[in-house]
Design a protein around this ligand. Structure first.
Ligand code: GLC
Length: 565
């Protein structure tokens, strides 16, 4: 496939997320690498996606899976070299695949040269002003400058020391090894413009912006209000707080848009952004994709939505209306490297948050991580995940596929504690296991671990469960009933069916409660049955693809079909 040069390619694109440490290990050190991704490019082209997003590949101490960047202009030696990255981008383009990479602008690693210089410099110095250093409170300055909690647990402030004496504190919204940049300092803003250009000039098609809602902080870094009952600071990160979704964050996004637009006349065209912003309600989120800001934004409301017809219909309506209001395409995403695998999530008694016609019922939101509740039914989860991908790929806009979801991989919930790497595990005092269970390396071939992830004698950085011998890409290839075959068929249909991708939908009236049915012109219909009763297909409709067995012309509970009408 030649590269799609339509300047609007991103409005309909299906983007495959590669988590590089866990994708394919060519050199046998147990960690995935760029040569491994290059080896599997044909697989991705054959799968039928339009673009690849590679999670951070920069030099990093890996305190947060590479989201702690120590050099924004290089490749982690564990993953490869800049030259290999260039080869990867060239080959991907030859196969018609666009390439997005991650930008982590809220924080760097504490091992970044500028942070090291800031630590060595005096309070009040220009070096310190690149980050958020403050004096502590209290007579000895031993109380943190404010009461903000870190996302991974504990305080968001860490005290420094110099010459054996305690000093200033620095802000880290995430891990202690992830100091926040000071975006009020123009040097920081200029540096990130230069980083964008560095990669755009190397042929990168766009960036996924990590925590795009967090760079701007409330002026003066004020304390959060305290809950009178618990004494804990109240931090509503989804709806906005002193360090999330501050209005002036949009100035930064507008600045980046001018950088990406300045490439409009280049061979690859203007470059694009997708924002990672866990922001609800969706009208707040839509501000991130106004026409002079970012291009698209992950639709986490839909990811967090429970598996019921009513909630799904509400979240779809809310999304399409809000994105339509700002002229941006919707995106649909079932999972990523931070969330419980979709097969497992949909197999749980509680599958997500409830959505009313007005938005998320915040009381019903139980968090994005792996929080097992009740017994998980993986068979049910896999069935629903098959239906869910047909729904996702039929909806207007673009879509994201997290690596391994096309194989129906489930969350690995019993990783040995001593192998857990997510900083959440340590910072929660070993009470929250964190996100490693969705980051277990891919099973490609064979019947024994490492299933072709790396050479036979190289144990992967996280162990794969025995049950994955049934789920390798090789084993699913050619089996028309496999998860992989369903993905391939749906992606192939999506490519050639003019009704799919960007556009609109019309809900079909007169379907029973529990069934969602919508039509897209010309002549396409998607039916999803959330159960419990089987739904008889309309007379004359041709089944294009079914998540279950549609030979009796009915759609069973937790199944979906695509129809030509
Ligand atoms: C984003 C990333 C997550 C990371 C965090 C801090 O949410 O997806 O993996 O831990 O940002 O960078």
């Amino acid at each position: 496939m030649p590269l799609d040069h339509d300047p609007d390619w991103w409005r309909s694109a299906v983007v495959y997320q590669v988590y590089p440490r866990s994708f394919a290990d060519a050199d046998g050190d147990g960690t995935g690498d760029i040569l491994g991704i290059i080896d599997r490019l044909d697989y991705l082209a054959e799968l039928g996606v339009d673009a690849i997003w590679v999670s951070p590949w920069y030099p990093s101490p890996w305190a947060d899976g590479g989201y702690d960047v120590s050099d924004y202009r290089d490749i982690a030696p564990e993953l490869g070299t800049l030259e290999q990255a260039d080869v990867f981008v060239t080959k991907a383009h030859e196969l018609g695949l666009r390439v997005l990479i991650d930008l982590v602008p809220n924080h760097s690693s504490d091992e970044h040269a500028w942070f090291q210089r800031a630590l060595a410099a005096e309070p009040g110095s220009a070096e310190r002003d690149l980050y958020l250093f403050r004096n502590g409170r209290g007579a000895d300055g031993d109380t943190p400058p404010n009461n903000w909690p870190a996302m991974f647990g504990g305080s968001a402030w860490e005290r420094t020391e110099s010459g054996g004496r305690p000093g200033q504190w620095y802000l880290h919204l995430f891990d202690v090894k992830q100091p926040d940049w000071n975006w009020e300092n123009p040097v920081v803003a200029d540096e990130f413009d230069a980083i964008l250009r560095f990669w755009f000039d190397r042929g990168i098609d766009g960036f996924r912006i990590d925590v795009a809602n967090s760079m701007a902080k409330a002026p003066g870094l004020p304390d959060l209000p305290v809950d009178p009952d618990t004494g804990e600071p109240q931090s509503h990160t989804l709806t906005g707080t002193a360090y999330m979704n501050q209005p002036h964050v949009h100035d930064i996004l507008r600045r980046w848009r001018t950088v990406s637009d300045s490439y409009a006349d280049s061979e690859l065209g203007a470059r694009i952004f997708v924002s990672e912003a866990w922001v609800t309600p969706v009208d707040e989120l839509a501000k991130y994709v106004r026409d002079d800001e970012l291009h698209t934004t992950f639709n986490f409301d839909a990811l967090m939505c429970e598996w019921t017809a009513e909630s799904q219909r509400n979240v779809i309506n809310l999304t399409l209306r809000a994105m339509g209001d700002v002229g941006a395409p919707a995106t649909w995403v079932l999972a990523n490297h931070d969330t419980t695998r979709v097969v497992t999530r949909y197999g749980r008694p509680v599958t997500g948050a409830r959505f009313t016609p007005d938005g998320m019922d915040l009381e019903s939101f139980a968090g994005i991580g792996s929080v097992p509740e009740g017994v998980t039914d993986l068979g049910l989860g896999r069935k629903r995940a098959r239906a869910a991908v047909l729904l996702e790929l039929a909806l207007p806009g673009g879509a994201y596929v997290y690596q391994g979801d096309e194989l129906g991989l489930d969350e690995v919930e019993d990783l040995p504690e001593e192998l857990l790497q997510d900083p959440t595990w340590e910072r929660s005092g070993h009470t929250v296991r964190g996100r490693d269970g969705c980051r277990v390396p891919m099973p490609w071939t064979g019947s024994e671990a490492p299933y072709g992830f790396g050479p036979p004698a190289s144990p992967p950085w996280l162990p794969q469960p025995d049950r994955w011998s049934e789920l390798t890409a090789e084993g699913q290839d050619g089996d028309p009933r496999s998860h992989l075959s369903l993905y391939r068929a749906a992606l192939a249909e999506r490519r050639c069916n003019p009704a799919l991708g960007d556009g609109g939908l019309i809900w079909d009236a007169e379907v029973p409660t529990g069934v969602l049915s919508f039509t897209r012109e010309p002549g396409f219909r998607c039916v999803v049955n959330f159960g419990p009763d089987a739904y008889q297909l309309p007379v004359g409709a041709e089944v294009l693809i079914a998540s279950g067995d549609a030979s009796s012309r009915s759609v069973g509970a937790d199944e979906a079909v695509w129809l030509r009408i």
